[in-house]
Design a protein around this ligand. Structure first.
Ligand code: 13P
Length: 277
C-alpha cells in the first residue's frame, strides 16, 4: 500500500534498521525493487529524481506506480527526490507523491528554511512527509552539481528547530553516484550531529558506502538511506550483456527479464544489510 512512511522512518532511526529509498527510472527497476521489498517485508521508497522526470512527467509516474503498489502487503512510499524548486515540489505534493525532498542545500540557510516552510505548509494539507537537506553532498561524476560541505552541528540544530521537516539529509563524507564503495563516512561527525536534532537523519549517496559502514549506520539516528547507482549498474550491465548475447532479440519483455532480476537481487542484498532479515 502507498504510505508516507513517516512512522517507519522514525522507528528505523530508533531501531537497528534503515529504510531504503531506491531511485528508479522505469517500470522494470520499480518491479525489481517491489519484489525485493515484498520478499523482505521491508517498507521502501521508490524515488523519482529530476533525471527520471525528463523521461515522464510527475503525474504519469504517480499514475504508473500507484496501481503497482496499492494492493501490496508492504508499505511503499513514492518520493520526489532532490527537487530544488519549491513550486515544483508543491506540484509534486499535489500530484500524489507521498513524500518529497525540498533540496535547498545550495542556498544560504535562511532561504533554505524559508522555502522548506512554504513546502511544509502545503504538504501538511495532503499528509505528505517532507525531507530537507543541510550541508551538501557532492557528485563523483558531475562536478559542480552540488558543493562539498559537511553539515555543521549548529546549522543542523537551527534548520531542525525552525524548519519543521520530517527528516533531514546530512553530509558526513559521502559522495553521490560512486561506482565503488569507498566513501569515507565520519561517524564522529554523525555522533555530534545526532546531539543537535531529534529528527531522523537521511544519508544520500548510499551506493558508495561500504557494507561495514552500512551495518554501523543502522545503529545510529539514520532512518532513511538513498541508493541509486548500486541499482543502475547491475541493471545496465545485465542489459548490455543480454543485448550482446541476443543480437536478434527485439522483445522488451525478454531482454529486460534478467536486468529486472539483477535489480531485485541488488535491492534484496541492500535490504538484508539494512536490517530486514
Ligand atoms: P547514489 O546513486 O550514490 O546511491 O545516490 C543516490 C541518492 O543519494 C539519491 O538521492
Amino acid at each position: 500500500m502507498l504510505s508516507n512512511l513517516r512512522e517507519e522512518v522514525k522507528a528505523a532511526a530508533q531501531e537497528s534498521k534503515i529504510i531504503a529509498g531506491f531511485n528508479i527510472f522505469g517500470a522494470e527497476d520499480a518491479i525489481g525493487v517491489i519484489r525485493a521489498a515484498v520478499k523482505r517485508n521491508a517498507p521502501v521508497f521508490l524515488m523519482i529524481n529530476k533525471d527520471a522526470l525528463k523521461l515522464m512527467p510527475m503525474k504519469s509516474w504517480i499514475d504508473m506506480l500507484k496501481p503497482m503498489i496499492e494492493s501490496l502487503p508492504v508499505s511503499i512510499g513514492v518520493h520526489l527526490d532532490h527537487c530544488s524548486c519549491p513550486d515544483t515540489v508543491i506540484e509534486g505534493i499535489k500530484s500524489g507523491f507521498s513524500s518529497v525532498m525540498y533540496d535547498g542545500s545550495q542556498l544560504p540557510i535562511e532561504e533554505n528554511i524559508y522555502n522548506i516552510r512554504r513546502v511544509i505548509e502545503e504538504a501538511s494539507r495532503y499528509d505528505v512527509a517532507v525531507e530537507g537537506e543541510i550541508g551538501s553532498v557532492p557528485y563523483e561524476d558531475i562536478p559542480g552539481r552540488a558543493k562539498d560541505i559537511c553539515t555543521e552541528p549548529m546549522e543542523l540544530e537551527r534548520f531542525s528547530d525552525e524548519g519543521q521537516m520530517d527528516w533531514i539529509a546530512v553530509a558526513i563524507g559521502q559522495v553521490h553516484r560512486m561506482q565503488t564503495r569507498d566513501s569515507k563516512i565520519s561517524f564522529t561527525s554523525l555522533r555530534e550531529l545526532e546531539r543537535h536534532t531529534e529528527k531522523p537523519l537521511v544519508i544520500h549517496g548510499g551506493s558508495g558506502i561500504s557494507e561495514e559502514d552500512l551495518f554501523r549506520l543502522k545503529n545510529t539516528g539514520v532512518g532513511k538511506i538513498n541508493v541509486g547507482t548500486a541499482l543502475r549498474i547491475p541493471f545496465f550491465k545485465t542489459l548490455q550483456r543480454e543485448i550482446k548475447e541476443n543480437p536478434f532479440v527485439y522483445d522488451r519483455d525478454v531482454l529486460f527479464e534478467k536486468p529486472t532480476l539483477a535489480v531485485e537481487i541488488a535491492a534484496d542484498k541492500i535490504l538484508s544489510i539494512l536490517g530486514f532479515e
